[in-house]
Design a protein around this ligand. Structure first.
Ligand SMILES: Cc1cc2nc3c(=O)[nH]c(=O)nc-3n(C[C@H](O)[C@H](O)[C@H](O)COP(=O)(O)OP(=O)(O)OC[C@H]3O[C@@H](n4cnc5c(N)ncnc54)[C@H](O)[C@@H]3O)c2cc1C
Length: 365
């Protein structure tokens, strides 16, 4: 009988279960498909929210802490498993409107959070930063320290770490019901068998509000994101570039991702030719040479959507031993490392590393 069962093996469940295991907790992770096969695989892996200045402090607190954790975490995973998560510094150039008030607000936000963010409107300087950009990239905010991680490779490294450390997990094992007596967790029911435990963490991404215990208290719904990938050469494009919600992310091996759509149409992961056209058109505007590259792949993932993007990292109010760790929306990769640390503090009932109030069931998400 494990001390704790984690339901869901995306980035959030994987990081939480691994951290609990390292703290000495007898943990078991159950995943309905393959580990990391949903949103955590589909995402872009930018280690910063897009337009971070528009987010609540509750998101930025986690993002800034994660930025500190990822270099050592990926180093540890590499040493442990030989698997490289490809954490690289690409920097992020965000095109903004010519609005002095907005510019001032961004610069002031950056100062408050000690983030290096500089306004640039000089064409020559912009082309020094990224030589391939088109005319639409004429002014914006340059953040030279922004990292990216190749999230599918992070998932592979985490899975290898589970093998290396012998952290118990089962793939293709969907939790159908969370079992409890009046006010205390007793276990979970899967198709295969029942598991007894005193603690359950729901880390089921977009599916987290589907359990009867969460339906009335957790407000998470799927938001589909489609992405396309070009086959390029290494260093053809070097920087992450963002304009009007569309971005390109150059990977280490020359692949270039272009994302993404935001579609609230339920649990549907199909891809569309209209999204392909939209993403390609926007990507070519940002970096015209993409017009000559082949689109190698198109996919979709379901983000665990919350209105403000503030995740739940909390204990359930009424059922002892039940925890919710979900709702990271567009930022589950960047927030994940810090969020897992906080979840572990809550589960172990010790002084949390930051204020937990914004992440409770009662807080506004
Ligand atoms: C196109 C796109 C681009 C993105 N770009 C970025 C980015 O650049 N940076 C960033 O930080 N974030 C990004 N994201 C968001 C990020 O991918 C998500 O926030 C993050 O992956 C959420 O992780 P998760 O573990 O909560 O969810 P998931 O990865 O979806 O994992 C949840 C897991 O729970 C499992 N599960 C569900 N129900 C059950 C059950 N009943 N029993 C057992 N298992 C169950 C699912 O199979 C799944 O594997 C992007 C997302 C998309 C789609």
């Amino acid at each position: 009988m494990p001390d704790c069962i984690v339901v869901g093996g995306g980035i959030i469940g994987l990081l939480t279960a691994r951290q609990l295991f390292l703290e000495g907790v007898d943990v078991l992770l159950l995943e309905k498909g393959p580990l990391g096969g949903e949103s955590s695989w589909a995402g872009g892996g930018v280690i910063s929210p897009l337009y971070p200045w528009d987010y609540d402090d509750a998101v930025n607190v986690l993002a800034e802490r994660s930025k500190q954790i990822y270099p050592s975490l990926t180093k540890a995973l590499l040493a442990e498993t030989g698997k490289d998560s490809e954490l690289i510094n690409s920097g992020l150039f965000t095109v903004i409107d010519d609005d002095a008030v907005q510019r001032e607000a961004i610069v002031s936000w950056a100062k408050d959070w000690s983030v290096d963010a500089r306004y640039v409107d000089d064409e020559k300087r912009i082309h020094e930063i990224e030589s391939t950009v088109g005319d639409v990239v004429d002014k914006g905010i340059w953040m030279p320290d922004i990292l990216q991680i190749r999230n599918p490779k992070l998932v592979i490294a985490l899975k290898a770490s589970f093998e290396h450390l012998a952290i118990p997990y089962h793939e293709h094992c969907a939790v159908e019901e969370i079992l409890h007596d009046e006010n205390k967790i007793t276990g979970v029911r899967t198709k295969q068998k029942n598991y007894s435990t005193g603690n359950v963490i729901i880390a089921s991404g977009a599916w987290s509000a589907k359990f009867s215990v969460t339906q009335s208290s957790v407000n998470i719904s799927p938001v589909k994101g489609q992405m396309i990938m070009y086959k390029g050469e290494p260093d053809l494009v070097k920087r992450i570039v963002l304009s009007k919600g569309h971005y390109i992310i150059p990977r280490k091996d020359g692949r270039i991702l272009a994302g993404s759509t935001l579609e609230k149409i339920g649990f549907d992961k199909s891809v569309s030719s209209s999204a392909l056209k939209e993403l390609h058109r926007a990507a070519v505007q940002l970096v015209p040479l993409l017009a000559d590259l082949t689109v190698e792949r198109q996919w979709a993932g379901l983000r665990p959507g919350t209105e403000k993007g503030i995740p739940y990292i909390c204990q359930h109010d009424d059922i002892e031993g039940l925890y919710v760790h979900a709702g990271h929306f567009r930022n589950g990769i960047v927030l994940g490392a810090a969020s897992a640390e906080l979840m572990v503090d809550v589960v172990l009932n010790r002084e949390p590393w930051c204020d937990t109030a914004p992440y409770t069931l009662q807080a506004s998400h």
